[in-house]
Write a protein that binds this ligand. Structure first.
Ligand SMILES: [Cu+2]
Length: 280
């Protein structure tokens, strides 16, 4: 036991990088192998808003007695490249609510969600090289766009979007059908994510500047643009870098029209690649 803990620490770079949050929610589904549960949970302060997401456990025994409808308290542990639950405790039981049919755009934004087929607004951004660049500069190329910030603390959130885009980039490099496809990652944290920060981030992801662009820019403009895709960003009043957000990833065709929006972090690179092939 001691040895395995030591090994885990060596692999995950334990200590200061490990953080824990308490999570309260309701189990909607438990994977057959008990390695993962989908949980509809309350806001996790400073990390993410209330949402429904799949969470892994390191120890499947934690989920062996659990069933959909169970109300649970758990500890969400975050390490460098991973997030998982420990101390999952059943605290009650409740009927599962039917999910709402459509998700309303954030009330504060006052902007309408884009519908499939709508033209994406031609926002002017600043790219990782510090140059102004309009969204319409991608006209003629199918685009996969996602919204991130480089300081995101949850490895299964923004960093997962980065890893997924990196693997999509690998495929489009070698697939002639997809050779025009462009990837776009928009930061909603322009205070931290200046062009040099984005450029360094892009280099760490081996992003090819000809295929993958990182955008920052005017914060209010980016918030408005992002809200049209259903991205909701909340910043703490006393620290605008303390960000709570959801995830949206969208496919846009070569004419700048919205084709599809993925919510959350459950989409796979294979799904996005299939969508890109259908519009390429
Ligand atoms: Cu994030």
């Amino acid at each position: 036991m001691v040895l395995s803990l030591l090994l885990a620490c060596a692999a995950a770079g334990c200590g200061s990088s490990e953080r824990s949050y308490s999570l309260r929610g309701q189990i909607l589904d438990v994977a057959a192998d008990h390695q993962q549960a989908t949980i509809k949970h309350d806001e996790i302060k400073g990390l993410m808003p209330a949402m429904t997401m799949p969470y892994k456990v390191k120890n499947p025994e934690l989920l062996s007695g659990m069933a959909p409808g169970d109300l649970v308290n758990a500890t969400l542990v975050i390490v460098s490249n991973d997030a998982y639950l420990t101390a999952v405790k059943k605290v009650g039981q409740a009927p599962i609510e039917k999910p709402a049919v459509a998700e309303a755009p954030s009330a504060s934004s006052g902007f309408e969600l884009l519908k499939i087929g709508d033209g994406v607004p031609d926002m002017e951004f600043v790219n990782q090289d510090g140059q102004k660049q309009r969204f319409s500069s991608f006209r003629g190329a199918p685009v996969a766009i996602t919204f991130i910030y480089t300081a995101c603390p949850l490895p299964t959130f923004c960093p997962l979007m980065d890893r997924h885009f990196a693997s999509i980039q690998q495929v489009i490099k070698s697939d002639p059908v997809l050779k025009k496809v462009h990837l776009v990652s928009v930061s909603f944290d322009p205070i931290t994510d200046t062009p040099p920060v984005l450029k360094k981030h892009a280099r760490e992801l081996s992003a090819d500047p000809l295929r993958w662009t990182f955008f920052t820019g005017d914060r209010d403009g980016i918030d408005r643009f992002a809200s049209r895709f259903g991205v909701a960003v909340t910043r703490e009043l006393n620290d605008a870098r303390d960000i709570t957000h959801n995830l949206r990833t969208a496919i846009i065709d070569a004419n700048g029209k919205l084709v599809k929006v993925y919510t959350g972090n459950e989409w796979t690179p294979a799904q996005v690649l299939a969508d890109l092939r259908s519009v390429a």
